[in-house]
Design a protein around this ligand. Structure first.
Ligand code: GLN
Length: 495
């Protein structure tokens, strides 16, 4: 077997048994990145030399008998996580050349546990998007292609599109992502892999470039649900440097993947049946419910009545917070500075921000400053906050009746570059099934469950109670077992 074909769990076992060394495993992935990245553009920065040195150090650590749980495992890091000494761009020109003097908490925990970083994965600029096409470093190609139209370049989803494409194409055994409105779950679904957005507060946001602070959460990608569970255990946990991180014990999530779903009550929210959803997605959803019923779960119809307000609410709250977070890119403190000889401060700001931010980011800053401005604050931002509370209450009421909720992950399979990309509203509709979990702070897992008529992957989403990722993993793993998803993308290492 080619070393890039291991699951992350399988690679951990193979390293433990001495079947393979981290140097061999990492070299295979470094070669995969070198071979595929020119076509996929999944990485903005490739750190092969550092990866090989880290792999060597990992092998030595293992020899000494103090291997961490991820010792020697090569993964990709979304380029939104600050990595000490390694350029961190948020896929924006405005941060080009920014080399953080510190490490994000999530990546430092992954390092502590032995993970080897292959490089910084591409994303939508400042994580704003659903296609990866807003990256200032170019779009990422989805490694999957349409059966009848193999030459059409498809998007990997976004914003964590580089991370998802890297894992799907076997360039990395796992990856980190962040999810503000769907940026882990939607690219996972588009690329045929698993990805979880944990409960808000499960992972520290310290050192992650901020988009919308009340919605942002870090989470992992893996080719299996168990791989996500293993990574999340290392990423999670309280951090005194982030006051919104939760002081709660981190369970053994991988163990929860083996739990039975017998007796669990699974909710089906009627408001998620949307007009215009393709029949194959409806069918897959019903199939998912049948699988869970066969595994002993009880299916319960529920109502989340404020769902229809979720997208407009998200597209007020997220830009509002973004406009405030992005005020710090002023040409003084980080990255890009554009000034004329006699520029005053205001001119410096204007020139730097006009040159540094892409179109979508500028659009969000304008929406955000508008909804926060005097006279409109009450009508938009405050109203959105109130609706957000109602959306969260819908879920709280649902948890009296069910233990988890099953929905489609996305309203379509991966689309082609140019298909949704000219119309921002159409693009925003991609998040229709995912934003509610962010607004309510709940964990949501996307698991590959089937293929569309063009042979493209489709995902189902499991939403759970706050801090009950264990049930989410148990339900996701049950779907994974039943779906027995074995399809592979046409573009992958060794193919
Ligand atoms: N697609 C959504 C947006 O554009 C979500 C992005 C995200 O989760 N970071 O805002």
């Amino acid at each position: 077997m080619h070393p890039t074909e291991f699951t992350l769990a399988g690679a951990v076992a193979a390293l433990e048994e001495g079947v393979i060394s981290s140097e061999e495993l990492t070299r295979a992935h470094v070669e995969a990145v070198e071979a595929l990245n020119p076509r996929l553009n999944a990485f903005i920065t490739v750190t092969s030399e550092q990866a090989m040195a880290a792999a060597k150090a990992s092998d030595a650590k293992r020899q000494r008998g103090d291997a961490g749980p991820l010792e020697g495992i090569p993964i990709a890091i979304k380029d939104l996580f600050c990595t000490e000494g390694v350029q961190t761009t948020a896929a924006s020109k405005i941060l080009g050349g920014f080399i953080p003097p510190y490490e994000s908490t999530v990546t430092s925990r992954l390092k502590r546990d032995g993970a080897v970083f292959l490089g910084k994965a591409n994303l939508d600029e400042f994580a704003m998007g659903s296609s990866n096409l807003t990256s200032a470093y170019g779009g990422v190609a989805n490694p999957w292609s349409r059966r009848n139209d193999p030459d059409v370049r498809l998007v990997p989803g976004g914003s964590s599109g580089g991370s998802a494409a890297a894992v799907a194409a076997r360039m990395a055994l796992g990856a980190t992502g962040t999810d503000t409105g769907g940026s882990i779950r939607q690219p996972a679904a588009f690329c045929g892999i698993a990805g979880i957005k944990p409960t808000y507060g499960r992972c520290s946001r310290f050192g992650i470039v901020a988009f919308a602070s009340s919605l942002d959460q870090a989470g992992p990608f893996g080719r299996t649900v168990e791989d996500c569970a293993i990574l999340l255990r290392s990423m999670a946990g309280h951090d005194p440097k982030d006051s919104t991180s939760a002081d709660r014990p981190v369970p053994d999530f991988a163990k929860a993947c083996g739990r039975s779903v017998k007796g669990l009550r699974i909710g089906v929210p009627k408001e998620y049946r949307l007009d215009g959803t393709p029949p194959e997605i409806e069918k897959l959803w019903r199939q998912g419910l049948d699988w869970l019923r066969e595994a002993g779960a009880e299916i319960v119809d529920i109502s989340l009545p404020h769902t229809k307000y979720a997208l407009p609410t998200y597209y007020i709250v997220a830009p509002a917070e973004a406009s405030s977070n992005l005020a710090r890119y002023d040409g003084v403190r980080f990255g890009l500075r554009v000034a004329e000889q006699n520029s005053d401060l205001r001119d410096l700001y204007e020139r730097t921000r006009a040159a540094g931010f892409g179109q979508e980011v500028r659009r969000r800053i304008m929406i955000g400053t508008y909804v926060l401005s005097a006279g409109y604050y009450d009508a938009y931002y405050l109203k959105a906050q109130k609706v957000r509370a109602l959306i969260a209450r819908d879920f709280r009421e649902a948890w009296g009746k069910v233990d988890a909720i099953l929905t489609p992950a996305t309203p379509s399979a991966a689309f082609a570059e140019g298909e949704n990309t000219d119309d921002p509203i159409k693009m925003y509709l991609n998040d229709v099934f995912t934003v509610t979990a962010n607004l309510a702070g709940l964990p949501g897992l996307s698991v590959p469950a089937g293929l569309d008529p063009q042979g493209l992957p489709l995902g189902l989403q499991v939403i759970g109670r706050p801090f009950d990722e264990e049930t989410v993993f148990a339900v996701g793993a049950a779907i994974e077992r039943a779906a027995d998803f074995r399809a592979v993308p046409s573009m992958r290492a060794g193919a």
